[in-house]
Design a protein around this ligand. Structure first.
Ligand SMILES: N[C@@H](CCC[C@H](N)C(=O)O)C(=O)O
Length: 280
């Protein structure tokens, strides 16, 4: 692999999955290892390019690519469902195959086409309190936690930690203040992504999300995975759901092999170049 200093012009793609937006760098040939400070600057919508997550593609020994995921606050995370669909689409085009594999910190994921949409096998949900992780032994299907109007949450780990609260009306919840309070609650030692979900019947769930390390986003794929699991455990859906997020719709299935399948759109925004040497 060529070793290239982070002081050169680097091409990037701007993409989004239902409005959850990404800067994607290809570091497969020319190594790229962005620091937290560099990510924060690039992700800033005032000082940089702007994104919810920054994705760097690296070579993988076990898959078609390794996908490194960094939140807008610079923190590194193991899972990002919407970015997995975007990277899946890049690889499906590039390799001309009908199935590609993507290694993440959460494990090996697969992506394929489903008509105009991309389907990703997001793997197995973890439900033990130690795996979320929670700070103490607790029933993850009915958390002993109340914050304002939110209570009886369901905790699910999809490679990253999620808590899902079912509410009568998502529009009545002030996620801007409750989201950060729950994200940083001592019950969640690694912080948590916060979903609020309204059951609209017929398998439709209206979903809004506060993402760990990024704040309110228009969609969060791994949160949609956690939501179909949580709604199934509550008996609201039968392991399938149509999840309506602020940015669009995801079709979810928690299959018989205990894997969560997520299907949805990806969008290319533009391609650009950035001089990484110009970053503070
Ligand atoms: N937008 C992502 C999730 C990104 C990571 C998350 N904020 C975390 O910190 O775990 C998705 O589509 O899943």
């Amino acid at each position: 692999m060529n070793r290239t200093l982070n002081t050169c012009r680097r091409p990037f793609r701007k993409m989004h999955g239902l409005g959850n937006d990404f800067i994607i760098f290809d570091g497969r040939t020319d190594q790229l290892d962005l620091t937290e400070a560099q990510v924060r600057q690039l992700a800033s919508r005032n000082r940089g390019i702007g994104c919810d997550q920054l994705i760097t593609l690296w070579p993988s020994e076990t898959a078609d690519v390794f996908m490194r995921i960094q939140n807008a606050d610079g923190s590194e995370v193991a899972a990002c469902g919407n970015a997995t669909r975007c990277v899946g689409d890049i690889l499906l085009q590039e390799l001309g195959r009908d199935r590609v594999t993507i290694e993440t910190g959460a494990g090996l994921l697969t992506a394929c086409r489903d008509g105009d949409l991309i389907r990703v096998d997001m793997g197995t949900p973890l439900l033990d309190w130690r795996d979320i992780p929670l700070a103490q032994d607790m029933d993850t299907a009915d958390l002993d936690l109340s914050v304002g109007p939110l209570s009886h949450g369901v905790a699910v780990n999809m490679g990253n930690p999620h808590v899902v609260f079912f509410v009568p009306d998502v529009a009545a919840i002030v996620l801007e203040t409750l989201g950060p309070e729950i994200e940083n609650h001592p019950l969640f030692p690694e912080r948590v992504n916060v979903s609020i979900v309204e059951d609209r019947g017929d398998g439709h769930l209206r979903h809004r999300v506060w993402e760990r390390g990024a704040g309110i986003t228009e969609a969060c794929g791994s949160a949609a995975c956690a939501t179909v699991v949580a709604a199934s455990l509550r008996g609201l859906v039968d392991r399938k759901a149509i999840i309506d997020l602020d940015g669009g719709t995801l079709h979810m299935a928690w299959d018989a092999d205990n894997h969560v399948q997520m299907t949805g759109a990806v969008s290319y925004v533009y391609e650009g170049q950035i001089d990484l040497g110009s970053l503070a």
